[in-house]
Design a protein around this ligand. Structure first.
Ligand code: CO
Length: 134
């Protein structure tokens, strides 16, 4: 059911420093920082040949990644995002299998303008997973 790995999201304490490491040291293509107030993050997209890395930094006091950064001051992997063709069919199948869907269970428009859902990390080996309809 799941398709391509759309992105790996990493929360970082210093967005400019992290972007420079990916660009200057690792030699990747890196976007300019983009504020996403509706998601409470500032993002830098790192484009790799087979997927993307999203560097996330809290934006605003009630940012959903602020507590994560407090628990992991050096930063850390936050979630994986898998592509699905039909997010409602995917949600129903996952819920039927006993996986918990976060929030109210209805897809929200994610950082790429496409519908997304998040799955409870305790149901997926301690990993927060996002599914995105592409
Ligand atoms: Co994501």
């Amino acid at each position: 059911m799941i398709g391509r790995l759309n992105h790996v999201a990493i929360v970082v304490p210093d967005l400019a420093a992290a972007a420079e490491t990916y660009r200057g040291v690792l030699g990747a293509t890196v976007s300019a920082p983009l504020d996403m107030p509706e998601h409470g993050v500032t993002t830098v997209f790192v484009t790799l040949p087979n997927t993307k890395i999203e560097l996330l930094h809290p934006l605003g006091e009630d940012s959903p990644v602020r507590a994560f950064l407090e628990r992991h001051p050096a930063g850390g992997m936050h979630h994986l995002c898998f592509e699905v063709a039909d997010i409602l069919a995917a949600r129903d199948r996952l819920a039927e299998a006993g996986l918990r869907i976060l929030g109210d269970g209805e897809p929200r428009i994610g950082a790429h303008g496409k519908p997304v859902l998040f799955l409870h990390p305790k149901d997926l080996n301690g990993t927060l997973v996002e599914i995105e309809q592409v």
